[in-house]
Design a protein around this ligand. Structure first.
Ligand code: GLP
Length: 239
């Protein structure tokens, strides 16, 4: 794993956006895996700010995950997050962007359909990832099998707590989500993981120095041939 150490969140975002832009320029048919949460917000802002001249009309995007039970229009759905923070500003067409439907009647079937769409799209060229404080990637909580594909997960109380800041009332945070599996993520050709702030210090230390095991899902990335980690001083302060 290559580690790019940067000063702060702003530098992390600028670096990540420049890597994404360079790869889109190299391959306008790129399939991008996208993430939500607080961490990639600055990256999306920088990508939009520097989007002039980028060939955006042919790329495809697949998001990592979506909350179960939230409709695409729900203010806290990841659909809505992506629409507002990236897709609309970049004027991507709806056929270019993909997220699992959290309010599908049959969520298991939806998970299978989503996995199939990723495979039929040729797999993911560049996957953007954040990391949960407990080492989750996507919504793959500790204990998730490394062989998993897109599936339904029960969120840990600590994950619901960490994400409650985005909701008006923490009771509203869903208990389940649909997420790409660990195997799905591992099949991406290049993984770009971002981490910023002291809140992520322990997770980043574990990711870089811990043993590979299913109790710390991100540790699986040590087995991937092409991972780039961009982390700021605060996140790297435990190394
Ligand atoms: C959320 C998302 C993850 C994200 C993580 C960290 O639960 N499902 O994709 O990486 O938690 O979030 P944040 O960037 O807000 O710290």
């Amino acid at each position: 794993m290559e580690v790019i150490a940067v000063k702060n969140e702003q530098e992390m975002s600028e670096k990540a956006a420049s890597i994404i832009a360079a790869q889109i320029t190299d391959n306008p048919d790129i399939v991008l895996g996208l993430a939500t949460g607080g961490t990639p917000e600055g990256t999306y802002r920088e990508w939009i700010r520097n989007a002039a001249g980028l060939p955006l009309s042919r790329l495809q995007t697949f998001n990592l995950d979506e909350y179960a039970g939230l409709s695409p229009n729900h203010p806290n759905s990841y659909h809505r997050y992506m629409e507002e923070k990236l897709f609309r500003p970049l004027e991507l067409r709806s056929g270019q962007t993909h997220l699992p439907k959290g309010d599908a009647d049959d969520l298991q079937a939806e998970a299978r359909r989503y996995e199939q769409d990723i495979q039929e799209g040729g797999g993911i060229d560049l996957q953007l990832l954040g990391i949960g404080e407990n080492g989750h990637i996507g919504f793959n909580e500790p204990g998730t099998s490394f062989d998993s594909r897109t599936h339904i997960v029960k969120l840990k109380p600590s994950t619901r707590e960490a994400n409650a800041r985005f909701f008006d009332d923490k009771e509203e945070v869903p208990y389940h989500a649909v997420t790409m599996g660990i195997q799905t993520i591992m099949e991406s050709r290049h993984i770009l993981l971002l981490a910023s702030g002291t809140r992520k210090q322990e997770a980043v230390t574990n990711l870089l120095e811990g043993k590979i095991n299913e109790d710390f899902p991100a540790s699986v990335l040590q087995n991937h041939p092409y991972v780039t980690i961009i982390a700021d001083e605060a996140a790297l302060s435990g190394i």
